[in-house]
Design a protein around this ligand. Structure first.
Ligand code: ADP
Ligand code: ADP
Ligand code: ZN
Length: 224
């Protein structure tokens, strides 16, 4: 598979930096699942579960869902067999408390964190990206109206379903999410820097360039 016996990664970066886009590609290349707490929460919302109803109002304001809720979702997900050889975490952890919970879960499961990849993109570019973000309500594939459009400009290449805009990709909510990123999530960079886990990638490159930089930093999935 790769030079790693297992590969547990965190993708860290502001909303819209390309975590989900990169995670999907890396998941196929390294054969490890993409675990996104945002996707898991949106799935709960779609299914209209109690948790989904509780989370929806919080997400629509751009605030963070309580740590206990996402912590228990992550615990159950990482405990599944398909995560035994590694995982790509996207959107978790999002604050120092969640990083502590993750350490506990990984220790319990006998796993280690190999790398924390920071995707660096400035706030102006973020607003451009999130304004044009559209996704497939069926398969979750993410597009951009200008940077990464579907073939016909409006429906998913894979499903033919009309693309939708996320309720939280509105300018005022984007600003709140960015504020919370800088306040709560960015401090994790220093925390993981102290453990020597951080790799910083220039996220302003085109999608393929970002993927190439990440693979350069991690080592090719084909080596060894
Ligand atoms: P983004 O595209 O902004 O990175 P996500 O899809 O990761 O967004 O998350 C969307 C929303 O889901 C967040 O604004 C937050 O309300 C909620 N959420 C996702 N992951 C977490 C988490 N780890 N802790 C708390 N809330 C979360
Ligand atoms: P995140 O998961 O970090 O919130 P996404 O992967 O959903 O970010 O990307 C946000 C938006 O930016 C999407 O519309 C996506 O198509 C677009 N995008 C992602 N990576 C790039 C890139 N390198 N260059 C231009 N647009 C990008
Ligand atoms: Zn689709």
């Amino acid at each position: 598979m790769s030079i790693y016996r297992s590969l547990n990664l965190i993708l860290l970066g502001p909303p819209g930096s390309g975590k989900g886009t990169q995670a999907k590609v890396l998941s196929e290349k390294y054969h490890i699942p993409h675990v996104s707490t945002g996707d898991m929460l949106r799935d709960e919302v779609r299914r209209g579960t109690g948790l989904g109803r509780q989370a929806k109002a919080i997400m629509d304001r751009g605030e963070l869902v309580p740590d206990e809720i996402v912590g228990s979702m992550i615990l159950h997900r990482l405990d599944k067999e398909d995560c035994a050889r590694g995982v790509i975490l996207d959107g978790y952890p999002r604050n120092v408390a969640q990083a502590g919970v993750l350490d506990g879960i990984l220790a319990e499961l006998g796993r280690t964190l190999e790398r924390v990849i920071v995707i660096d993109v400035d706030d102006e570019e973020i607003v451009r990206r999130l304004g044009g973000r559209r996704s497939c309500p069926k398969c979750g594939r993410v597009y951009h109206l200008v940077f990464n459009p579907p073939r016909d400009g409006k429906t998913c290449d894979d499903c033919g379903v009309a693309l939708v805009q996320r309720d939280d990709d509105r300018e005022d909510v984007i600003r709140e999410r960015l504020r919370l990123y800088h306040q709560k999530t960015a401090p994790l960079i220093e925390l993981y820097e102290k453990r020597g886990l951080i790799v910083t990638i220039d996220g302003s490159q085109p999608v393929e360039g970002v993927t190439g930089s990440i693979i350069d930093a991690l080592g090719s999935p084909l080596s060894a």
